[in-house]
Design a protein around this ligand. Structure first.
Ligand code: MG
Length: 316
């Protein structure tokens, strides 16, 4: 089973409701509360995400607090993707039968403190015990001070940008990242963001999702993709190019967004918590081109981290 195939099937079978202006498929769901004829209501943004022991974290090496923190931050990264603020989270845990009270308490504290960084309360949840490994499920409700930034509004001619540096997060960053909530809100208030998402599965897999939602393509300059030192470290270990790691590793939890060329030119003057790289241009033709400075074209890698896929390569 491939996750993208399942998501496409669910999207086609989810049905529509007048208070839900978008179909499913963005980083968060948008639900218009109190919508009525002639009144769009108040948009609430909703997200639920699960983190599994020995998939997203590993209790053999990570503390319960670190596992809880990551589970919450994964969910909050989707709030960043929509440029919204998390108003509250709920946490549901399926605890292994041999877990003690201390583990559960540390887990709770990790969750609570991760949300508190963004002044977001943990307001409820559920606990159960079973014979399998720990499962942490986090739901968030967010509110946007302006309009939420969606994936579907990239326009031909837009600059394609990413925050931070990509690749190699498995070395440690995947447990310790800070969701780009503050930066996303700052960007949304200072420039006209067209489309945005967070990079959870790797640029190689996530950029095509943004392009598909927007009905356009992109020409990406491989030499402008910001490569993290961790990607270089992995490259020296496994011989794969550092660029491959930057494109395909996943769990970067950085922002991918598009905006007009004039707005992109302003980014350098903003004081942001991480650097922004302009990596290419949105094109009308729905194809994705990776080229270097010599304009030699390369095929877009098929890698990237697709949960549930049997064809994933490279995610360690
Ligand atoms: Mg996301």
């Amino acid at each position: 089973m491939r996750e993208n195939d399942l998501l496409a099937w669910i999207a086609a079978n989810a049905g529509r409701h007048p208070s839900v202006p978008l179909g499913i498929g963005d980083d968060m769901a948008v639900v218009n509360l109190h919508a009525a004829p002639g009144n769009d209501g108040v948009p609430a943004l909703l997200k639920i995400d699960q983190a599994l022991d020995q998939v997203h974290f590993d209790l053999r090496t990570h503390s319960p607090a670190a596992a809880g923190r990551k589970a919450v931050n994964r969910c909050l990264s989707d709030c960043a993707a929509m440029a919204c603020s998390p108003a509250a989270i709920l946490v549901s845990v399926a605890l292994p039968r041999n877990a003690d009270l201390k583990l559960a308490q540390e887990l709770f504290i990790g969750c609570r403190d991760a949300a508190a960084v963004f002044d977001c309360p943990l307001v409820g949840g559920d606990t159960a015990v079973w014979d399998q490994r720990l499962v942490i499920t986090v739901a968030a409700i967010g509110v946007a001070s302006g309009r939420p930034i969606l994936r579907n509004a990239a326009q031909p001619g837009d600059s394609v940008c990413v925050s931070g540096k990509l690749g190699g997060s498995i070395i440690g960053r995947h447990m310790n990242f800070i969701p780009r909530i503050n930066m996303a809100r700052q960007l949304a208030s200072m420039v006209d963001l067209h489309a945005m998402m967070d990079l959870s599965d790797g640029l190689a897999m996530d950029l095509p999702r943004l392009l598909k939602a927007s009905g356009c393509g992109a020409a990406i300059n491989s030499e402008t993709i910001p490569i993290h030192d961790d990607a270089e470290t992995l490259s020296s270990r496994d011989g794969k190019p550092a660029l491959w790691h930057a494109l395909c590793d996943g769990e970067d939890y950085e922002l991918l967004f598009t905006l007009s060329g004039p707005d992109a030119a302003q980014l350098g003057s903003l004081s942001l918590e991480a650097p922004i790289s302009v990596i290419g241009t949105i094109t009308k033709e729905p194809q994705l081109i990776l080229q270097d400075a010599a304009r030699a074209k390369n095929s877009w890698p098929k890698g990237g981290w697709e949960h549930g896929s049997m064809e994933v390569q490279g995610h360690e």
